[in-house]
Design a protein around this ligand. Structure first.
Ligand code: HEM
Length: 515
């Protein structure tokens, strides 16, 4: 009786159909965050949806996310059941696993190599990668823009697998044996390019946690079908085995051969640090950390180039800052970071303007709870709508759709120069890394990589939009990863002599690595 009373106070939401509830409104909806954003203006901080009898609540504001996921984090750190995600290895994959002892062990071990201080030890290699990226963008016509950016985001692989796998080209990674025998579409997951395979694995996971992507999540009775009668199940079981052995090969190789012993894999061989983890779990920790870092960083870098194409005057301001602080004889370094507030503001604004993950695979409410007079039933799936948090006009003002780094800056009264607003020295200024106990564990590595990549590209290159008759196409995908729009840009040297400086810096990196 009490429950029935309480359910009268569920958060507001769109009217649904009898029995189906709101299922037909969300199933098959591409880039669902735009629909959630529309509903946010109608229903407020929380939107309630009934998906065929299942409680589904969208968290739309940062204030609500901080209260529920941070202050009451013990109640909101678990994940609801997604059948396909589970069959493809969700329990072994930290970002998707349930809130168990095994997840805690994985998170603790990963924290050791990714925390703020540890992240600083990767500054030299990140600086080298930024030079390689700028060099490739300028000189290498054999690769697509996307391939070049992916290669640079592969810096995460050197954190995970060690210096050996540094991404001058993905050719440096040991190639997995491609097993195409079992299914016609198996090579959609694992290809001969390891970076592409990691990216495919990421999409396989994130799309399996997308609302309404598989009927079995709505009708769990379908799980009783044996694998030979249910293609979704046999595919998922096959993929789990393939992904597991792919991760295992790389882990074994790095655990034995990383001479510097600084990689995540080498550290995982330390029994104290990795206590409670089986060999298989260690391989998954390493593999899934690469997956989690790769696509997110490369997506963000692509949106950066897109933003620069759309906003030449912002690029011009960034160039002025770089000329003033760095000059033209050497490329930016981490030591320059504090003197480059405009670039730091660009990093924050790209992450706000187009978060790599606008919504996240849901958390689960472990207990009945209340938020501002609204009832949250135990077991409800709680989806974080990071997009609306980043587009909140109450927080950012009416120009949220514009790309405007100045929102993070203030003018110094004495000199008239821009400085970062004090609150953003240590605050992200966006919600794109999530909240609470499951907040992105790689955010320090990501922030550093984005800073050095963006500043080096801006220092060396002019980024121009290429006029095209075709309109920019926003892809339609059922996935939580923000699809990069189809756009073309032209990259040219920004000042006379920069090509030879870049060539020299690139040669020095290559030589140092050979040694
Ligand atoms: C621009 C870059 C990145 C963005 C926008 C991003 C965003 C996120 C978000 C939103 C989450 C989910 C948090 C939640 O469930 O509340 C997450 C989790 C995670 N991220 Fe990142 N990430 C980025 C880069 C990285 C990098 C470089 C790494 C690794 C070096 C990484 C490793 C992880 C891992 C392992 C998790 C799962 C954490 C857990 O469940 O405990 N991420 N990330």
């Amino acid at each position: 009786l009490f429950k029935d009373q309480a359910r009268k106070h569920l958060p507001p939401g769109p009217r649904g159909w009898p029995i189906l509830g709101n299922l037909s409104q969300v199933a098959g909806e591409s880039q669902i965050w735009h629909l959630f954003d529309k509903w946010k203006y109608e229903y407020g901080a929380l939107t309630y949806l009934n998906l065929f009898g299942k409680d589904f609540i969208v968290i739309n504001t940062r204030e609500a996310a901080l209260e529920l996921l941070e202050r009451r984090s013990a109640m909101y750190s678990d994940r609801p059941r997604f059948y396909v995600l589970e069959y493809i290895g969700g329990e072994m994959a930290m970002p998707f696993a349930k809130y168990t002892k095994a997840w805690q062990n994985m998170r603790r071990a990963t924290h050791e190599v990714l925390h703020n201080q540890a992240a600083q030890s990767y500054h030299p290699v990140q600086t080298e990668e930024a030079i390689i990226l700028a060099h490739k963008l300028l000189f290498d016509s054999s690769l697509t823009l996307r391939e070049k950016i992916n290669g640079s985001a592969a810096i995460v692989l050197s954190v995970v697998y060690g210096k050996r796998s540094l991404s001058i080209g993905s050719e440096e990674l040991p190639k997995p044996t491609v097993d195409n025998s079992d299914s016609p579409d198996s090579d959609l997951l694992l290809t001969s390019d390891p970076l592409q395979s990691l990216s495919n694995i990421g999409h396989r996971f994130t799309s399996s946690g997308y609302p309404g992507s598989y009927l079995v999540d709505v009708f769990p009775i379908l799980d009783y079908f044996p694998a030979f009668m249910a293609k979704w199940k046999s595919d998922a079981i096959r993929d789990r085995i393939r992904v597991g052995s792919f991760f295992q090969r790389y882990y074994d190789d790095a655990a034995q051969n990383d001479k510097h012993r600084s990689s995540l894999c080498a550290k995982l061989t330390d029994t104290k640090l990795a206590s409670g983890l089986t060999i298989e779990e260690k391989a998954w920790v390493a593999g899934i950390t690469s997956v989690a870092g790769l696509e997110t960083t490369s997506t963000t870098l692509s949106f950066f180039l897109y933003a620069m194409c759309l906003n030449p005057e912002i690029q011009h301001r960034a160039h002025k800052e770089l000329d003033y602080v760095i000059g033209r004889s050497h490329s930016p370094m981490f030591a320059d970071m504090k003197n480059l507030p405009y670039i730091r503001a660009i990093v924050k604004e790209v992450l706000r303007w187009n978060p790599a993950l606008p919504v996240i695979v849901p958390r689960k409410a472990s207990e009945d709870d209340w938020y501002k007079g609204h009832f949250i039933p135990k077991g409800a799936a709680m989806m974080l709508n990071l997009w609306s948090m980043n587009y909140d006009t109450d927080v950012y003002g009416p120009d949220v759709k514009e790309f405007r780094p100045e929102r993070f800056l203030q003018q110094c009264e004495k000199t008239g120069e821009y400085i970062l607003k004090p609150e953003f020295e240590n605050e992200d200024g966006h919600s794109s890394y999530g909240f609470g106990r499951r907040k992105c564990i790689g955010r320090y590595i990501a922030d550093n990589a984005l800073f050095i990549d963006m500043s080096t590209i801006l220092w060396a290159l002019n980024i121009e939009a290429v006029a095209s008759d075709k309109p920019v196409v926003q892809k339609k995908v059922l996935d939580t990863i923000n699809p990069i729009p189809d756009f073309q840009c032209k990259l040219t040297p920004r000042f006379r002599g920069v090509d030879s400086v870049l060539q020299q810096l690139r040669d020095e990196v290559a030589q140092a690595r050979e040694e």
